[in-house]
Design a protein around this ligand. Sequence first.
Ligand code: ADP
Ligand code: MG
Length: 388
Amino acid sequence: MSVPPLDVTEGVVRSACDPADAGDRAAMQTVLGIESSCDETGVALVRFGNQGVPELLAHALYSQIEMHQAYGGVVPELASRDHIRRVLPLTEQVLAESSRDLADVDVVAFTRGPGLAGALLVGAGVACALGAALGKPVLGVHHLEGHLLSPFLSADPPQFPFVALLVSGGHTQLMRVDGVGRYQILGESIDDAAGEAFDKSAKMLGLPYPGGAALGQLAQSGDPAAYKLPRPLLHSGDLDFSFAGLKTAVLVQSKKCAAAQGCAVHDLPQATLADLAASTQTAIVEVLVKKSLAALKLTGLNRLVVAGGVGANRELRRQLNDACASLGVRVHYPELHLCTDNGAMIAMAAAMRLQAGIQSASADYSFEVKPRWPLDAICASGTMLNPG
Ligand code: ADP
Ligand code: MG
């Protein structure tokens, strides 16, 4: 099927299918975004014009967590099959909620990577099939860029430049962000991500997958100073992280407690489990906060953006807010329900790339997914039109 190409005019991507008049309505574009990188199927519609922050029209999310809980982690094949079941009903839902239909979609965006290969293929396949059927161009989005730009979906969007602390289940990174597609990694985890440290520690304490939020909840009734756990790389002098050793220390400490009480870790009294949870959380949060402050100092910037699932953690938010308030630094977070994976951030990242004129959507419906895809790769990518 041949589709008219997009052209970039004054930084705005305009489809040749659009009405010729340059009025405000004609300048508006609607992006359908599909997220399917792991165990959440997300679909959203975002509208954008020549300028201003793109607007979320509707989003719908289906989490597979319950299905994977029986296995204690994500089963990739089950995840892929469930994405197939959910993606079209969710698309119908967002269209109905925004009183739009498929003909109103100008661009179909999808998560191209990183993530589970089979799961990514579902979103990419559906997006490209939809694009081909509708005669609309498609755009593959970097999942981490989605997280990074998700605070722009909040009522208090940030302004560039800023330091970003990206704390998801799979990644922990500090970045300098000067604009859309202009990311400089300042430091990152050399092993486990902070989300992984939360999840693996939670599992050891007998909490259900994914344990990050449950550990945060349990920690509220515990003593954060009960057990002295390591703060890895806190004084390393750089902005890298390491959480694998902390996870081992939590295991060793939990076993000590269990041996002292003559029971299994899972059967420890609730108060001991809460103390272990609070001690674990405080160790992770202290490292994240101190390294974020060091990144702000290094860059001289006075704005911090926190993104990714761990950004929902109350203690992290409390400590960052306190520390940043005393330094005159503004902190921005995504809305709580948009911290973990969702389609809104994918539609938003696509809209912002198109609006900034750094990437065009494509009417070539062949696709490949990128299960491993470092974020800095998209800064130097050949798809960039205006890298400066
Ligand atoms: P990914 O994109 O790698 O799948 P997400 O950004 O979706 O990761 O975030 C999921 C991660 O966030 C999981 O590790 C989860 O445990 C963690 N998480 C979610 N809510 C909280 C919370 N309140 N406290 C700590 N961790 C949390
Ligand atoms: Mg994610």
